[in-house]
Design a protein around this ligand. Structure first.
Ligand code: 13P
Length: 246
């Protein structure tokens, strides 16, 4: 079984009511591509998700977070069940910006992952070390990966390795390092979950991916795609990234 490749856009807190034109131009480009090498998923803010899902059938969509409970007195939160009810198919969980600003813990993330999976959402689970943690990267990644349920099928989750120091900074680890770290993640997953899971799960790279560096990164043998922030808000740039596979 070949691993599925993805190019995923994380719009973060960006996107207004006229942003559908960005989705449309990406979708048109993707439709015209002769060789569709990867699945394209766009994760806009919650305010736009339902509209995009109704209007655009060629692209898949995801939320940027979900609560671990299905409903209740949790002001401001959105549940996995709610996302599923609007036919959303993916959800980003554990993004470093939420781990940092919302103080999301491993325990909470474990509950969110389980809730997302129970509601048939595919989880894009983000992990990555901060600059001051580089020397203990393996320990950090292992701790973050241990939020995954022990029994989980590779098709239920996508791992996104996003070094915090590479997000929005223009700094990217060397190609050799990216490949080595992805391999390390697979080794950790082999022990934490199973060898079969680690062989088949897609592992994406994220952090300052742009149209210039995407071909080099996406064609590494341990990399199964990219999670793109800033560059996903520019149509031409994002389309070039989608088209990066040799
Ligand atoms: P940038 O591509 O802007 O560095 O953001 C990466 C990211 O955080 C995607 O989730």
């Amino acid at each position: 079984m070949k691993r599925t490749k993805y190019v995923i856009a994380n719009w973060k807190m960006n996107g207004q009511k006229d942003s559908y034109k960005l989705v449309k131009s990406i979708s048109n480009y993707h439709k015209k591509m002769k060789r569709k090498t990867s699945k394209v998923v766009i994760c806009p803010p919650f305010t736009l998700l339902s509209e995009f899902i109704k209007k655009e059938k060629n692209i898949k969509f995801g939320g940027q977070d979900c609560h671990h409970k299905s409903e209740g007195a949790y002001t401001g939160s959105i549940s996995a069940k709610m996302l599923k009810s609007i036919n959303c198919q993916y959800v980003i969980l554990g993004h470093s910006e939420r781990r940092i600003y919302q103080k999301e813990t491993s325990q909470e993330l474990n509950l969110k992952i389980q809730s997302a999976i129970n509601n048939n959402l595919k989880v894009i689970y983000c992990i990555g070390e901060k600059l001051e943690e580089i020397k203990k990267r393996s320990i950090i990644l292992k701790k973050q990966l241990s939020s995954l349920p022990k029994k989980i099928e590779p098709k239920k989750v996508i791992i996104a390795y996003e070094p915090v120091w590479a997000i929005g900074t223009g700094k990217v680890p060397s190609l050799n390092d990216i490949n080595k770290i992805h391999k390390k993640i697979r080794n950790i997953l082999s022990n934490l979950v199973s060898p079969d899971f680690s062989r088949h799960v897609s592992i994406l790279y994220g952090g300052s991916v742009n149209a210039k560096n995407s071909a080099d990164i996406l064609n590494l043998n341990q990399v199964d795609g990219a999670l793109v922030g800033g560059a996903s808000l520019k149509s031409k740039e994002f389309c070039k990234i989608i088209d990066s596979y040799h």
